[in-house]
Every structure is written in structure tokens, then in C-alpha cells.
Design a protein around this ligand. Structure first.
Ligand code: PLP
Length: 356
């Protein structure tokens, strides 16, 4: 792989405790190209900066784009760790397949990611709860206005040092159960990580902000009854001792790696976890019976996000666990982050060491 290092390294953040999410980028980026007939080629790490696109580049017109989100962590003993990176690139291929984008080689992408992270290792912050967020993405660049899949693609990885998702700590969030808009339907792109899913969610997100809710909880697009997921997170409920998360079988929910890891961890503790359909009525009924014990979201950015309040379409407000973080949410957060920052032994074999 060609590596061209920058002559003008940027100043690193002066105060790591003030890092926000996704505003600051490192000195280098990775690019690889795909050309029809040739496959993926010309992988290179180059100084971070703008790229040139033809105004007719297909991504700008028909949105053929997929992405991933993962983190590199500076462990307490100084090692640099990735968390299940092969899962991200396997999922990228699921998205690729759905959007008619050529598949990538998972192992090669993990190796390229490690190389970029190693080059940028001084950008990985060491303050508590900070990390280097990595954003791999692919998009069609050929100039063409007829509707078809692209023939020429860019695969890129950019990196951004980030602070804790919730600077105030693990305070439970207020979530609005969306009844007007839908995110995805069976047969659509709900299971993929693609920009279009986010473009279509902004309207609901802003209407929720206006009501003082931080995110929306999506219901299924047909009956507006079954729970799907929260804006950027999968969702779990603890009802009368049972931990429930919506099944991925509908194809309208993103299969989160944090979701998968939380399920595996809960099962390793001997806790019952059900992946099944769960309706908002079931949640409301459990609430009325005093059996809705915990609600939390899972995702790479926040890891575990306790939910303190659900508002179901302005008809019903459910306060969960007195608006405080639940026992399981806290334990999952502590245990997952302990593995990610190398504070506990990784008995699951989830971390990949980049360098020391
Ligand atoms: C990325 C994402 C998640 C969380 O996935 P993780 O792999 O756990 O980060 C959940 N829902 C949506 C819509 C997402 O885009």
C-alpha cells in the first residue's frame, strides 16, 4: 500500500476532556478505488483533505453510499485496540450487497484499518471514555445521470478523535415513540448502514427535538405497532426479568455489533435474552403493571444508553426506573467498556491489537 505522510501535521487537541463527536479529523485518510473490470485497486494512505468529484458523480444524484462506524481505543496498558473490526466489514458487505456496490475483502480491510490507526496512533486520546472514531465508507463516483449502479467507487476511511457521547455521563435519555413517520419497511434498506436511511429520519428527529426528546423510537412501517430501533441505536427492554430486543428477521433493523455483543454478554451471565417481535402495546402494558424494569439503547458511539422516559405519540408517557440507570444497563456498560479499554480480560476474544 502506498503511504504518503503529511508535511503539515495538525496540532492535536489541547484538552482531551473537551472532545466532541465528529468535528475534528486526523492527518491522514485511506482511499481505495474500484473500477469495473479491474476490481478494487490503488489502496493508499494520504494526507487528509478534500477530494475532487465530478458534479455528475453518481453518489450526488442517486445516493449509492454505504458506511460503517467503529472505534480504536487506547487501552490502560498503552496497547491500541479495535473492537470486533471484522464484524464491521462483514456488515459493510451486507450493505454493499443490498445497494449493488462491489463487495470488499474483509480481512484486507481489517489490515488496512490497522495500518491507518497505527499511523494515526498519536491521535488516539487517552482521557477516560475517549477514543478514535473510524468511519469507513464507499460511494459511486462515475459521472453519469442515467439510473444504474456505479462502475467506479471510492472506499475511504477517515478518523476522528471523540469524547464520551454523553459528556454529562450515563444520564438516561428521553425518547419519543414515533407514530407519524417510519424509518424502514420489510424489503427496504433498514438493515443496511446507508446515508439514505439517515436522510429520511431527520424530519422525525427534529420534531422530537422540538418536544424536548433526544431521539425517536421507530415502530414498524406497516402496522406502526412493533418496535424497531432508536435513531442510531438498537433497543432492549427488561420486562419482569426477561430481556427482550426486536428480532432482525424483519430486515428493517440495523444489526448492531454492540447489540450482538450485549446479547452474547448477557447470555454468558446466564440471563434470558429473547430476540423477538415486541409491540409498543406490550411495553405500555408492562409499564402499567409495574413490570417495565429497564430500557436501554446499544451502539458504538454511546455503547449503552439508558432510557429514562418514553413518550408514545403524546398519548402516554412512561417514566422508567424513576428516570435512573438500571442495574443491567450499568453492568453492561461497565463490562463492555472494560473490554474495549483493556481494563478487563477479554474472555470473548473481541479485541484486536493494532500496536503497543
Ligand atoms: C450503526 C447503527 C446502530 C448501532 O450499531 P453498532 O454496530 O452497535 O454501532 C444501530 N442502528 C442504526 C440505524 C445504525 O446506523
Amino acid at each position: 500500500m502506498l503511504i504518503k505522510l503529511t508535511d503539515h501535521p495538525k496540532a492535536k487537541p489541547a484538552d482531551e476532556t473537551k472532545l466532541t463527536f465528529g468535528d475534528l479529523f486526523t492527518d491522514h485518510m485511506l482511499i481505495m478505488e474500484y473500477t469495473e473490470g479491474e476490481g478494487w485497486h490503488d489502496e493508499r494512505i494520504v494526507p487528509y483533505g478534500p477530494i475532487e468529484l465530478d458534479p455528475a458523480a453518481m453518489i450526488l444524484h442517486y445516493g449509492q453510499e454505504v458506511f460503517e462506524g467503529m472505534k480504536a481505543y487506547r487501552a490502560v496498558d498503552g496497547r491500541i485496540l479495535l473492537f470486533r473490526p471484522e464484524e464491521n466489514f462483514k456488515r459493510l458487505n451486507l450493505s454493499n450487497e443490498r445497494l449493488c456496490i462491489p463487495l470488499i475483502d474483509v480481512d484486507k480491510c481489517v489490515e488496512m484499518t490497522k495500518k491507518l490507526v497505527e499511523i494515526e496512533k498519536d491521535w488516539i486520546p487517552s482521557a477516560p471514555d475517549t477514543s478514535l472514531y473510524l468511519r469507513p465508507f464507499i460511494f459511486a463516483v462515475d459521472p453519469h445521470l442515467g439510473v444504474r449502479a456505479g462502475h467506479h467507487y471510492y472506499f475511504m476511511i477517515i478518523a476522528s478523535p471523540v469524547g464520551p457521547y454523553y459528556p454529562e455521563g450515563l444520564d438516561p435519555v428521553k425518547i419519543y415513540v414515533e407514530t407519524k413517520y417510519v424509518r424502514a419497511v420489510k424489503g427496504g434498506m433498514g438493515f443496511t448502514k446507508t446515508g439514505g436511511n439517515y436522510a429520511s429520519s431527520l424530519k422525525a428527529q427534529y420534531e422530537a427535538y422540538e418536544k424536548n426528546y433526544s431521539q425517536v423510537l421507530w415502530l414498524d412501517g406497516v402496522e406502526r405497532k412493533y418496535i424497531e430501533e432508536v435513531g442510531t441505536m438498537n433497543v432492549f427492554f427488561k420486562i419482569d426479568g426477561e430481556i427482550i430486543t426486536p428480532t432482525l428477521e424483519t430486515g428493517s433493523i440495523l444489526g448492531g455489533i454492540t447489540r450482538k455483543s450485549a446479547i452474547e454478554m448477557l447470555k454468558s451471565w446466564g440471563m434470558p435474552v429473547s430476540e423477538r417481535r415486541i409491540s409498543i402495546d406490550e411495553v405500555a402494558e408492562a409499564f402499567d403493571n409495574g413490570k417495565l424494569e429497564e430500557v436501554f439503547g446499544t451502539g458504538t458511539a454511546a455503547v449503552i444508553s439508558p432510557v429514562g422516559e418514553l413518550n408514545w405519540g403524546d398519548k402516554k408517557i412512561m417514566k422508567i426506573n424513576n428516570g435512573e440507570i438500571g442495574e443491567i444497563s450499568q453492568k453492561l456498560y461497565d463490562s463492555l467498556t472494560a473490554i474495549q479499554w483493556g481494563k478487563a480480560e477479554d474472555t470473548f476474544g473481541w479485541t484486536v491489537e493494532v500496536c503497543k
